[in-house]
Design a protein around this ligand. Structure first.
Ligand SMILES: *[C@@H]1O[C@H](CO)[C@@H](O)[C@H](O)[C@H]1NC(C)=O
Ligand SMILES: *[C@@H]1O[C@H](CO)[C@@H](O)[C@H](O)[C@H]1NC(C)=O
Length: 85
């Protein structure tokens, strides 16, 4: 059966976001006149920042870990609809 949507794997989403983050850091490194082959300098620009990921704003904390926001949905038995709780 034909579907108008297709499921996108989480792996592809993470890959897209990591590529965008790398491109931003690389661009800033070049703009600052620094060596783009110096990995630690490029990576440092990926930390402690928010950027526009595929699913909205994505935040990488000062340790380089990605902090993710989730919305938990609960099925309301009275109207059969999911609601954010
Ligand atoms: C890349 O760097 C240039 C020079 O600093 C800047 O003008 C441009 O907005 C940057 N592009 C992105 C996508 O951040
Ligand atoms: C993170 O960035 C904010 C502003 O963008 C700054 O005030 C803060 O000192 C930074 N923290 C670290 C650990 O670099």
């Amino acid at each position: 059966m034909w579907k108008w949507w297709s499921p996108v794997s989480l792996f592809n989403i993470a890959q897209y976001d990591s590529f965008i983050l790398y491109a931003l850091a690389l661009n800033e490194t070049l703009a600052a006149g620094e060596n783009p082959r110096n990995g630690p300098i490029v990576v440092r620009r990926m930390w402690n920042r928010t950027f526009e990921g595929i699913g909205g704003p994505a935040y990488v904390n000062a340790n380089g870990d990605r902090d993710t926001d989730f919305t938990l949905l609960d099925l309301n038995p009275n109207n059969g609809e999911f609601q954010a709780i």
